[in-house]
Design a binder for this molecule. Structure first.
Ligand SMILES: Cc1cc2nc3c(=O)[nH]c(=O)nc-3n(C[C@H](O)[C@H](O)[C@H](O)COP(=O)(O)OP(=O)(O)OC[C@H]3O[C@@H](n4cnc5c(N)ncnc54)[C@H](O)[C@@H]3O)c2cc1C
Length: 652
């Protein structure tokens, strides 16, 4: 029965969304917009002939922002000419495709596309990401022995309706498990509901910052803005029939384990102030890491005469035109906000504690041409290979440049040779934008090593904004706030509006939910700001409680949080499946497994650049320990989370 539910809900990805019916002229035109290496993959699918892989045109490498594999214009033109004939024939042949190439050929295609050998261990992970077979390859396959009755008796509460919570809902529904998603906001989206500040956008390529089983060929930009991301997530809720299970405007206050009954009581407060208790066999926390806006406690903050608000609680009612605006902070949000508003305001003063590293990406604000959308929808498998092409350079290739080499002599500026090279490249990128402005250069080139803080994608808009006549970058520390502005040392900077782009309080995990586990254990007390969970997902003492985007699962070197959520949700569903299959009630991580995992994690994370003591970052807790980030190679985390290792658990 459970499989029937799954089949009804799941969708099969077709090789192309729509058939090709357009004219020769149109096809010839549209192919000019193709990424040639991905086009070559599509040609192989259309012809069934893989000889292109041995031909003279060989992509050299894949990096973000460069989808042509460094092929010369002549090579590109030649491939487009050949492809034109192939696409025409394909159209005239009723878009009939030969069978998929065999596994060995697909593997060769992978390496060919990215211009380097894709190691064996990455192949299955990347194949999953692409779903070439059309099957949703991260979907669950529980044994038929799990009965409908068992499923019905295993209700689950999911807390939070962002990327993670919605995904959990999709999978629970597919498996026929009763569930509800409790969300404190008035709508779904989490991060992408809350962050509405001008310029808010994803900085992971959108073509893989979306569920692997639900690609979107209609992104208007390669890095889309908040409204589109929220709309995508809302559409997923509707299409996968998760919307009916949402309890919006409802805040979870307490989650308490009942030893005798072996279930959880989830206490909620509804919009009208009434309280309720929902019982559940399992609880999935999908509360995110970044949704408690943090504002430093500047003296006099309450005395300011004008509007002041956090970027994540943006007050759109204030018209910025003609105003003097202060933006405090220069992290990821400010980096997007300042370029978006500098053209409207009379003056903008940006208060910086430390500068940021940024790497060039010409696509960062670029619109996706209609021609590219057409290619993604019509050329067979083109979109799938395009996803892989973007995902690959954002995988583990960067990790070695984050690893500290104890013998490296320039520890103050970089942690190893690769890291130093990144520093040189990014410094050159900054320099190229400053026209010799030495004063500004001193302020905007970080002294700390690259990757200590979150790296930012850049198309030049940040430094262009800071060099406008109405902009000033202030690096003196803020001493206090007065009714008319911000004081640094002896200088009062008069402003009308203050926007705090000062990040989030991410060290109180699951805050402010009071989670009480077995024998009255209180999670907030046990964790403090030093949380430990096995794989970031399960915690000893808290049976059937699972975290998505839990401790040490933030990605700061690779991938996307969508990929991570897909790994975690599969693992969680595996845990629930193990309980049902074994006719048990509870699954609980052992202390040993949790300790072992976290010791290994800390041993490794200490060697990475995030632990560098040159500057602060939000990855470290009050003791300077890195608690937020996932330090592993993506491929390792993917492997470890494919299914739970039951030797790390007790089932009862
Ligand atoms: C401005 C910004 C840009 C980002 N850009 C990227 C990016 O480019 N790439 C990337 O990979 N990641 C990015 N991130 C990280 C981002 O948070 C994740 O990508 C992803 O959106 C996290 O999804 P989530 O569902 O885990 O958490 P969230 O999106 O934070 O959702 C958590 C949900 O839980 C709800 N909730 C919390 N507590 C309760 C409670 N007690 N009761 C009920 N509901 C509750 C919240 O209201 C929220 O809706 C960005 C984050 C921010 C803030």
């Amino acid at each position: 029965m459970n499989n029937n539910v799954a089949e009804m809900t799941r969708r099969h990805l077709r090789p192309a969304e729509q058939p090709i019916t357009e004219s020769d002229e149109f096809i010839e035109h549209v192919l000019q917009y193709a990424g040639v290496p991905a086009l070559m993959m599509s040609v192989i699918h259309m012809t069934g002939d893989a000889s292109l892989l041995d031909g003279p045109v060989q992509p050299r490498s894949a990096i973000l922002g460069e989808i042509q594999g460094f092929l010369s214009p002549e090579q590109q033109a030649e491939v487009r000419r050949q492809a034109f004939q192939v696409v025409r024939q394909f159209r005239d042949n009723q878009c009939r495709l030969p069978p998929l190439p065999d596994a060995a050929t697909i593997r060769r295609m992978m390496s060919f596309l990215v211009g380097e050998q894709v190691p064996d261990e990455y192949v299955p992970m990347m194949l999953e990401e692409m779903n070439l077979s059309g099957e949703d390859s991260r979907a669950l396959h529980w044994p038929e022995t799990i009965s409908t009755e068992q499923l019905q008796q295993f209700p689950v509460v999911v807390i939070g309706a962002g990327v993670g919570g919605i995904l959990a809902g999709i999978r629970l529904r597919e498996e026929g498990i009763p569930f509800c998603i409790v969300e404190k906001n008035a709508d779904v989206g989490g991060t992408w509901y809350e962050n509405t500040y001008p310029g808010a956008r994803v900085d992971t390529p959108n073509y893989f910052y979306c569920y692997s089983f639900e690609p979107n060929h209609d992104w208007s930009q390669y890095y889309s803005a908040q409204p589109e991301l929220q709309a995508y997530l809302k559409r997923c809720c509707d299409e996968y029939q998760v919307s009916e299970q949402l309890q919006l405007n409802t805040t979870v206050t307490d989650v308490v384990f009942d030893e005798t009954g072996k279930f959880w009581r989830v206490h909620v407060q509804r919009q009208d102030g009434s309280n309720d208790v929902i019982t559940a066999k399992a609880v999935i926390s999908a509360v995110g890491q970044l949704n408690h806006p943090k504002i430093p406690d500047f003296p006099g903050r309450g005395d300011f005469n004008g509007p002041q608000f956090h970027s994540a609680e943006y007050q759109h009612e204030h018209d910025l035109r003609g105003k003097r605006v202060a933006v405090i902070g220069t992290g990821a949000s400010a980096f997007q906000l300042v370029p978006a508003i500098v053209g409207q305001v009379a003056e903008i003063k940006v208060f910086q504690r430390s500068p940021v590293w940024m790497f060039p990406n010409p696509d960062y604000h670029a619109k996706v041409p209609e021609e590219v959308k057409w290619l993604l929808k019509h050329l067979p498998y083109y979109a799938r290979w395009y996803r892989f092409l973007l995902f690959w350079p954002a995988s583990d290739g960067l990790l070695p440049s984050l690893v500290t080499d104890p013998n490296w002599p320039h520890q103050e500026r970089s942690v190893c040779q690769l890291n130093d090279r990144a520093r040189q490249n990014m410094t050159a990128w900054i320099d190229s934008q400053l026209s010799g402005n030495a004063q500004l250069r001193d302020k905007v080139v970080p002294t700390y090593p690259p990757f200590v803080k979150r790296m930012l994608q850049d198309n030049g808009s940040w430094l262009r904004a800071l060099q406008q006549d109405n902009a000033a970058l202030i690096t003196d520390p803020i001493s206090r706030i007065e009714p008319h502005g911000i004081v640094c040392g002896d200088t009062l900077h008069e402003v009308d509006i203050i926007i705090y782009a000062t990040g989030f309080d991410n060290h109180r995990w699951l805050y402010p939910i009071n989670v009480v586990g077995r024998e009255g254990r209180v999670l907030a007390q046990e964790w403090g700001d030093d949380p430990q969970a096995n794989l970031g997902i399960t915690v000893p003492g808290y049976p059937n409680l699972f975290c998505i985007y839990g401790p040490a699962t933030n990605l700061a070197h690779a991938g996307s949080l969508v990929f991570n959520s897909e790994c975690q949700v599969r693992y969680i569903m595996g845990c629930i499946g193990a309980v049902l299959e074994n006719h048990c009630q509870l699954i609980e991580c052992t202390e040993e497994a949790n300790t072992d995992y976290n010791e290994r994690l800390q041993d490794w994370v200490k060697k990475l650049v995030w632990a560098h003591d040159s500057t602060s970052n939000w990855y470290k807790n009050s003791q300077g320990k890195v608690t937020a980030n996932l330090p592993w190679r993506l491929v390792d985390y993917w492997k470890w989370t494919r299914q739970p290792d039951l030797s790390q658990y007790t089932l009862r």
